[in-house]
Design a protein around this ligand. Structure first.
Ligand SMILES: *[C@@H]1O[C@H](CO)[C@@H](O)[C@H](O)[C@H]1NC(C)=O
Length: 299
C-alpha cells in the first residue's frame, strides 16, 4: 500500500510510519520541519515538508495512494486543523480520483477522553458518547462526520493515555518530578487510567489501514485491557525517580489539566475482535523503570 501520514514526526505519527514501513508499505510522511524530514528519510519514509494550511505539496498524492492517516495532535487549534485536513483530502479525492477508483481510506485520530470522567461505569468502543470531558467536547461530532462520509472510507482511532519513548502527555510530569524533586499531578485519589504504549498503538494503525476496506465507518478505542491505578503509578514514580515522597495531587486550573485527571473504565473490544490486535508491552507501572529511563535519555 501507499500511505500518507500527516504529523509524521509526532509522538503517534513516527511509530505509525515506522510500523507501516516494517510492514512493507510505501510511506509518505508530511511534516513541517525540514530537520525532521531528514530523520524521516533516514527511516525510509518519503518526507513531504510544508505547512498544514498549504495542502498543495501533499494533496496531489491523493490520486495514487491507498490511505491517509491524520495523527496530528497537541495543538490549540486542533479542531479547525482536523477538519481542514479532512476536507482537503475529501475534496482532492473527489476531484482527482477517477470514477472507478476505490474509496480512499482516511483514518483520523481522536482519544478516549470523549467517554468522559466516570469512576463507576465500565464502557467500550461502542458505548454511546454522552458526556465527553470539556477539553474534547468538540470531538464526537467530528468523529461522526468522518466515519459517515460518502467520499472517503473514514475511520477513527481513539488512543487511551499514551506512554513509552519520549513520554507524550506524561512527559511534563516526569520533567517536573526531576526539576522539583516532587511528584505532583492533577486529579484526585482513586483515579484510574486507560493506557496504551505508542508501539502497540502503531500496530493497530497498521492493521486498521490494511483492513481498511472491511472496517471503514468504525471507531476503535485503543487501550490495554486493564486500567491502572493513578495512585499506584504516582507512588511507583516516586520510587523509580528516587525523589522524596509522598506524591501529591493539585487542583486543575484549566480544561486540559482537568482532562489529565479523567478516569474512564475502558474495556475496548473492537480492535481485538475485528483486527486481531493484542497489546504486547508491559503496562505503565510494571514497565516504569524502562519508560522513565527512556524519557530521561530522550532529553
Ligand atoms: C457514571 O455513569 C453512570 C451510568 O451512565 C451514571 O448513572 C452516573 O451518574 C455517572 N457518574 C458520574 C459521576 O458522572
Amino acid at each position: 500500500m501507499k500511505v500518507l501520514v500527516l504529523g509524521a514526526s509526532g509522538f503517534i505519527g513516527l511509530p505509525v510510519c515506522q510500523a507501516l514501513c516494517r510492514a512493507g508499505h510505501i510511506v509518505y510522511g508530511f511534516t513541517r520541519s525540514s530537520e525532521k524530514a531528514k530523520q524521516l528519510e533516514a527511516e525510509e519514509i518519503i518526507p513531504i515538508v510544508g505547512e498544514y494550511d498549504n495542502t498543495e505539496p501533499w494533496v496531489s498524492l491523493v490520486s495514487t495512494i491507498d490511505a491517509v492517516i491524520d495523527t496530528v495532535g497537541g495543538r490549540a487549534d486542533l479542531r479547525t486543523l482536523t477538519m481542514l485536513l479532512f476536507r482537503a483530502v475529501r475534496e482532492a479525492a473527489q476531484t482527482h480520483r477517477g470514477a472507478y477508483a476505490p474509496k480512499l481510506t482516511y483514518i483520523a485520530t481522536s482519544g478516549t477522553w470523549v467517554h468522559g470522567d466516570n469512576r463507576s461505569e465500565v464502557v467500550s468502543d461502542t458505548t454511546p458518547i454522552t458526556n465527553p470531558v470539556e477539553a474534547v467536547a468538540w470531538r464526537p461530532a467530528v468523529e461522526q462526520e468522518i466515519i459517515s462520509d460518502s467520499v472517503l472510507n473514514g475511520m477513527v482511532i481513539r488512543p487511551g493515555l499514551l506512554y513509552g519513548r519520549s513520554g507524550s502527555l506524561l512527559a511534563p510530569l516526569f520533567q517536573s518530578t526531576r526539576e522539583t524533586g516532587k511528584v505532583v499531578w492533577y486529579g484526585k485519589p482513586g483515579g484510574r487510567y486507560n493506557l496504551v504504549h505508542c508501539d502497540d498503538l502503531a500496530d493497530l494503525y497498521v492493521r486498521a489501514v490494511e483492513k481498511g476496506l472491511l472496517v471503514g465507518g468504525k471507531i476503535f478505542d485503543v487501550a490495554n485491557p486493564q486500567t491502572e491505578s493513578v495512585d499506584d503509578f504516582l507512588q511507583k514514580l516516586v520510587e523509580v525517580s528516587g525523589v522524596k515522597g509522598p506524591y501529591e495531587y493539585i487542583e486543575a486550573s484549566n480544561a486540559y489539566e482537568v482532562a489529565l485527571g479523567t478516569t474512564t473504565l475502558l474495556r475496548p473490544y473492537l480492535g481485538r475482535a475485528l483486527l486481531d490486535w493484542v497489546p504486547r508491552k508491559a503496562g505503565l507501572i510494571d514497565g516504569l523503570p524502562i519508560y522513565y529511563a527512556a524519557w530521561l535519555a530522550a532529553q
